[in-house]
Design a protein around this ligand. Structure first.
Ligand code: ADP
Ligand code: X2W
Length: 260
């Protein structure tokens, strides 16, 4: 049976970018989709996803060793093809399929589509094929949203010589949030926000975050996340949070706040 879905116009809707970390993608459930559905009522949603665990698995299967520096994967000549195949060919269609099954109209994109995420090399000698976003085609995202579609973007970019390039998912999400002038950016991960001494921190600031990175209380994959969050807050995104499946967690503030 063919089903037609009516389109919802998104003009004047609050713009929200949601980054789904690879660490939480295996745990998408009804409660999460319900939260998303509620958000979609009043917001134009853009989803950006990572896929670190799936990439780890694919590289291990191909016997390609992998290392990270400050949470960023050093992406060798041998690794970039597998990274791109995993994100574009496996993780993205799986997520898009789940969203559509849950009743959304989701379309998968990567950074090469319509030059969505144009990048330069971060530092090829150190990181290999890792990109830093320098231009975003926000128009294509906005056009899709006007007809009720949720764009689902995998964090693969393109360079001026049409090379595919690995972008950290958190970095890609913040680039999109800035280009879209989003009102809200949510980093959804497998843990309910920043935790220090086993306690979830409700609100924090750049200065506090830097101290926690120095002390080692924030480490690994949380580092690019907090740096991306802090960068977006500084650039004027009004509401930036690191959250778990229930979309609650830590809010990042620009000014000094009373810590919870
Ligand atoms: N202070 C911290 N609070 C919470 N998580 C932290 C902290 N420091 C490091 N982490 C780690 O960061 C992980 C989230 O980063 P990552 O696995 O890269 O997530 P994602 O796939 O969502 O991007 C958490 O599961 C946790 O192991
Ligand atoms: C450069 C870089 O580190 N790219 C990431 C892209 C995937 C990602 O960010 O996945 P998560 O959201 O699960 O962390 C990587 O290769 O793992």
């Amino acid at each position: 049976m063919i089903m037609f879905k009516s389109t919802q116009r998104t003009d004047h809707k609050k713009k929200v970018v949601i980054k789904l970390g690879g660490s939480m993608l295996g745990g998408l459930n009804k409660a999460f989709f319900k939260e998303l559905q509620q958000l979609q009522g009043s917001c134009a949603i853009t989803i950006v996803h990572g896929g670190g665990p799936a990439i780890n698995k694919a590289l291990a299967k191909a016997a390609i060793p992998t290392t990270k520096i400050n949470g960023l994967r050093v992406t060798t000549d041998a690794a970039i093809g597998i990274v791109a195949e995993t994100l574009i060919g496996q993780v993205n269609p799986m997520l898009v399929g789940e969203l559509n099954e849950a009743g959304f109209m989701a379309i998968g994109l990567n950074g090469q589509d319509a030059n969505l995420l144009h990048c330069h090399y971060l530092d090829k000698a150190i990181y290999g094929h890792v990109g830093e976003v320098d231009e975003v085609n926000a128009t294509v995202i906005e056009q899709l949203q006007t007809i009720g579609i949720i764009p689902v973007v995998s964090c693969i970019g393109t360079t001026s010589t049409r090379q595919l390039i690995n972008i950290n998912g958190d970095t890609a999400a913040s680039a999109l949030a800035l280009a879209l002038q989003a009102e809200e950016l949510l980093f959804v991960t497998d843990i309910e926000g920043i935790q220090i001494n086993n306690e979830v921190i409700e609100k924090t600031t750049e200065q506090q975050i830097n101290n926690w990175i120095t002390s080692g209380d924030i480490y690994g994959g949380m580092i690019p996340k907090v740096l991306a969050a802090v960068g977006c807050v500084a650039a004027g995104v009004p509401n930036v949070k690191i959250v778990g499946h229930q979309l609650t967690g830590t809010t990042i503030h620009r000014e000094k706040v009373t810590l919870s």
